[in-house]
Design a binder for this molecule. Sequence first.
Ligand code: BES
Ligand code: ZN
Length: 914
Amino acid sequence: MANSCRKLIFNIYLVFYCSAVIMPHICICSQFTSSPIDQFNKDPRAFPIATNGEIFPWHELRLPTVIIPLHYDLLIHPNLTSLDFVASEKIEVLVRDATQFIVLHSKDLEILNASLQSEEDVRYRKPGESLTVLSYPAHQQIALLVPEKLRADLRYSVAIDFQAKLADGFEGFYKSTYRTLGGETRTIAVTDFEPTEARMAFPCFDEPLFKANFSIKIRRESRHIALSNMPKVKTIELEGGLLEDHFETTVKMSTYLVAYIVCDFTSVSGTASSGVKVSIYASPDKWSQTHYALEASLKLLDYYENYFDIHYPLPKLDLVAIPDFASGAMENWGLVTYRETSLLFDPKKSSISDKLWVTKVIAHELAHQWFGNLVTMEWWNDIWLNEGFATYMELISLNITYPELQFGACILNMLKDFLSEDTFRKGIIHYLKKFSYRNAKNDDLWHSLSNNCLESDSASGGFCYSDSKKTSNTLAFQLAFLRKNVELKEMMATWTLQKGIPLVVVKREGRSLRLQQERFLSGVSKEDPEWGTLQERYLWHIPVTYSTSSSHAIHRHILKLKTDTLDLSEKTDWVKFNVDSNGYYIVHYEGQGWDELITLLNQNHTLLRPKDRLGLIHDAFQLVSAGRLTLDKALDLTRYLQRETSIPALLKGLEYLELLYRMVERRNISDVTENLKHYLLQYFKPVIDTQSWVDKGSVWDRMLRSTVLKLACYLNHAPCIQKATELFSQWMESSGKLNIPTDVLKVVYSVGAQTTAGWNYLLEQYELSLSGAEKNKILYALSTSKHQEKLMKLIELGMEGKVIKTQDLAALLFAIARNPEGQQLAWNFVKENWTHLLKKFDLGSFPIRMIVSGTTSHFSSKDELQEVELFFESLKAQGSHLDIFQIILETISKNIKWLEKNLPTLRKWLLITT
Ligand code: BES
Ligand code: ZN
C-alpha cells in the first residue's frame, strides 16, 4: 500500500516538477545591500540575539560566502544502546574576505567546544585557539567568533566537538528498528539529509553550493558494521573493544548527499562492467529479498555509464533497505537509502507492479548519481533539475531495460522529442561534463541543450560536439548558436516559470486548422467569472505535433502565439494532435473534432497509435473536468475499449471509469452507483472472464490481471469473489504457507478481510510477515473492512507505531479515507488528533501533507467543504498553516461543481446505455 501512496506523493511531486519551480521551506531574505560587517557596525540592533543574549553577527538565512569549506574530517560515535552520539569534526576552510566570525548551520546539536588553527598552527602542531560559540536556533545557525580577524586567501582549520540524541523522526542522524524472525527488536542508526538536515548530524555549511571533500570515521561495536559514501580503508581496534572504521575521502560533494549507517545488515554484491562494486544491504532475515535489486542496479549502472558517457566516479555503490524511512528513497552518493518496499523484492509476495516500482526507484536514484550528485543545482529553487531529470531518466532507462513498457509524457520528454533524441542526449552529456563536481542552474542546461557549444568550451578543453568544432569559430556559427540558445531558453522559460499546463484548442475549417492556446484550468469553466483573470498573461511556446487521416507523417509546428492558423495540404477526415502523447499539453477539438475521433475509434481504432488512443481518453476526461466536453462524449469515447488490445490504453480507460464509480459510491448516490456497476461488469465481462489467477504473461498482461480482478471483486462480481474466497480459505488452512499468485494477492486478501475471522488472521500475519510487499497488501486489505471498530483499531495501532510502523501511518489513513465506510472516521480522527500527529511528523513534511489531503480532498458536498474550511481556519489560528489548504479547498469546490454538472448526464447516459 505504501507503494501506491509513494506513487501518489510522487505524482503530486511530478505535477510540480513538470509545471513549476518548487521552493522548499527556506527563503532567501536579503534586506541589506552593504556588507554585514558594515551593517553590524552601523546598527547592531538590526541583528538577531543569540541564545546567550549576545548579538548574533549574521541576520540572513543563507550563509555568508566569505568563508568556504574545502574538507571535512568527521569522527562519529553513535551508541545504539543509549541512543545518542558523540562526534568531532575538523573543517578546513578558505577565507575569501577578511572576517571576524564563521557562520555555519547546526540544528539540535550540543556544541561542546570549538577551536581554530591557522595553516601554520597545523604545520607546527600548535594547539587550536578556543572560540566563542553563539547560537541562533531560529535560523539553525551557529557563529564562531575569532579573537583576531581571519585573513583573506588563507586556509584555517576549525575543530568542533559536539553531541546529540539520535533523532526520533526520519531526519538527520536517526534511529530505526526492525524485528527479527525470532521476535527480537534491533536498532540501527541511519542518516537522511535532503534538503537541510545534514545540520542535525554535524555543524556544516549546509547549502548545495558549498561542495567539499569528506573523510569520515565511524566508531562502532564489533556486532555492527558501518557504511558510508565511500569504501572502508581500514578498521582500528580501540581500547575497550570498540572498532573505528576509516572511509576513503569522498569526491567533492554537497552536504545533503553525505550518509552513514551503523547496523547489523547483510548484503549481496556484484560487479558492474566498469568494475564498480554494487551491494544490496538489508536486515539479515531479508537477505533473500535483495537479489532482484542487485540484478536491476547492475544493469542500470551499466546503462547510465554508457548513456552519459561518464564513469560512475566512486569505487562502490551500496543500496540499503531502511526499516523506517519517511519517503521512497534518497540518492546519497555511493550509499543510496530506500524504504524497504522500494528496494526489496520477495519472489513469493511481490507482484509485477511491486517489481516495476522497485526498478523505477532504483533507476531514479541511480540517475541522481549524475543528475544531482555530480552536477548539483545551485539552490533549491532549481531542484526540479535534479528531480525532473531523474524522473525522465527513469523512463529512458526502463524503456531499454524493460522494452515492453512504454511510459508517459513530461516536459523533458517533449523537449527530447522536439530536439531529437540524439541532440538531447549530447546536450545532457555536455551539461554533465561541463559542470561535473560543480553546481548549475536552469539556464546552464538550456545552454548545453542548444545543440552547439561556445568557443570558450573548446578553448577551456571542455567537451564539444564533434561536428560543431570545425565551424565553431565562424561568425555565422556564433550567431546561429546564440539564436538557438535564446530560442530554447525562451521556450523553456515558458514551461518552467509558469504554473500549469496549456490547452491547445483546435478547430478545423476545411483545409485550415485554427489553433488557440489557453491555460488549462481543471474545475474552472469558461463561463466562470474567475476564468479571465486566471488566463491573464499565460503564453507557452508549444512544440505541437499532429497526424491526419490522409498521411502517416508527423507534422510539427511551434505554437508561440495565442492563435495561429495551419494549412493542410489535403482534405482529411480527422486530425489528431500530440502524436504519441509526447507533448505536455491537453488538446480540445472544437466543432466536429471529437465526434470524428469517436467515430474513428469505434470504426477502426487501430488507425490511431496506441499512445494516441491513451492520450485521447486522458484528454477527454480532463476536458470534462474543465467543463469543455460533456461527460457523455468522454464516456462514448470509451465505448471502443471492448476491442482495445493495447493494455495501457485499456487501463487508462478503466482508471477513469473506476474513479467515476468511486465518486458516486462515496456520495451514496445509489441508483447511479448500481447502474454504473452493472454497466462496468456487463461491458467488461469479456476481459474479466478471460483473466486467469496465475502469475503468467507479459508485464502488461499481469498489470491488467491485477487491475481487472481487483475492480471485479470490488464491484462484487460473484465469480471473482468466489475464486478469491476459495484461495483465501486455502491460504488460511495452510497456516499462511500456500503461495497465492502475487498479482492477485491483494485482491485475495481484500476479499478475505471482509469476514471477522479473515480480518483477524490477516492482522496476525501482518505482524509476523517479513515481506514489506506482503505487509502493504495486508494493510490495504485490512483497511477495506466495513467495520468501524476494526478500522479504528488499525488507526490505534498506527499511532502506537509498533505493529504498524509510524512510516506507514499516512498511507494507512489515506487508505481508510478511500474506503466509503472509513472516510468519516479518518477525517474525524485527523481533526481530533492533530496535535498528536504533529508530535510524530513536522508540519510541512510529506506524511502530514498526505494525511491532510488524503482525508479531505475527495469530499464533494457543501457541508463537507464547510467543515474542512472551519478546520483549516482553526489550524491557521493555532499557527499551523500549510500551502496545500487552499489547493484542497479548491479541489473540494471543484468536486462539488463536477457532480452538480455531470451527475445528471451520467444518470441519463447510463439509462440510455444499459
Ligand atoms: N531526492 C529525492 C527525495 C527528496 C526530494 C528528499 C526532495 C527531500 C527533498 C529522491 O530522489 C526521490 O525523488 N524520492 C522519491 C522516490 C522516487 C523514485 C519517486 C520519493 O521519496 O518519493
Ligand atoms: Zn529524486
